[in-house]
Ligand binder design. Sequence first.
Ligand code: BT5
Length: 319
Amino acid sequence: MKGKVLQLLRDHRDDFLSGERISEELSCSRTMVWKYIDSLRKEGYEILAVSNKGYQLKGESDVVSVHAIESRLIRDSMFQHINYEESAVSTQISAHKLDAEGALAGTVVVANEQTGGRGRLGRSWYSPPDTGIWMSMILRPEVELREAPQITLVTAIAVVRGIEKATDIEVDIKWPNDLLLCGKKIAGILTEMQADPDRVNSVIVGIGINVNQTSFPEDVKGVATSLSAMTGKIYHRAAIIAEILNEFQWLYDTYLTKGFSFLKPLWEARAVTIGKKIIARTPKESIEGIAEGIDEEGVLLLRDNNNKLHRIYSADIDL
Ligand code: BT5
């Protein structure tokens, strides 16, 4: 309900909205409207109240909460269950737990901080409080096991587009799971699966984005950046999250109905890896060559210095 009050205020940003009108629209008492307004104010929303006119939303600070996100989602959003945690060990762990308990597809976990955020292959992900986006989505796609990594690529397109819609900042994709701003890592995606030998039961997609950080610890300082570090502005994490979820919905729908090849041009338009000399490091070997592109399935095609073409399913890429 609080989310709906917020949505109404946001829709009428340029004028005042009377308490009576809000109570009519939401079928609740004037006292309840006042309570919601009061509670929104306590969260940091600047809401002006003028007698005989009503309420007006003047400013929003960077508040992340369930209703700050829900109030920005499209009407028929597939993300009906947003869970917010002030501090999580890892939203992936929380999401796996919810998944095991039978959570619906489209359940999302968002945390303000992660104390044990994780990257791929047991690496850690620096996730300080109040500044970044740390979230995981539970999906149950009907795809084959070998196709599931494509969901990382679909997510990368959604994150790039969502960030651009919310902030006007264009970020690049580095195959398979990195997003870069001016060559430095601004976001990472971690796709984990629960699967039987022949079928995928669920896919948990973790997204970490550096938004308002101004400094980083020694070990990631050289490779990481944030939106704020680049522009000096403070961004609304909830607005970015909602734009990403809204973008993800149609991209995911297109992916499930038409296949990854349909989205490939969108991915390629933002990929920095393609046509470049790269080194692909897999647990087995390092291959140096030119990244020719990705195939219809999202597999990286790498031509080595002896003109041999390699199909790379997963690797760390050095540009
Ligand atoms: C990733 O792994 O890039 C996937 C990161 C996914 C994080 C999200 S946050 C929400 C969800 N819950 C989780 O616990 N995880 C997901 P990888 O490609 O392995 O990159 C990891 C490497 O990135 C580390 O070894 C560091 O070098 C670097 N790194 C760590 N924290 C970073 C940060 N905040 N920003 C940029 N780089 C970072």
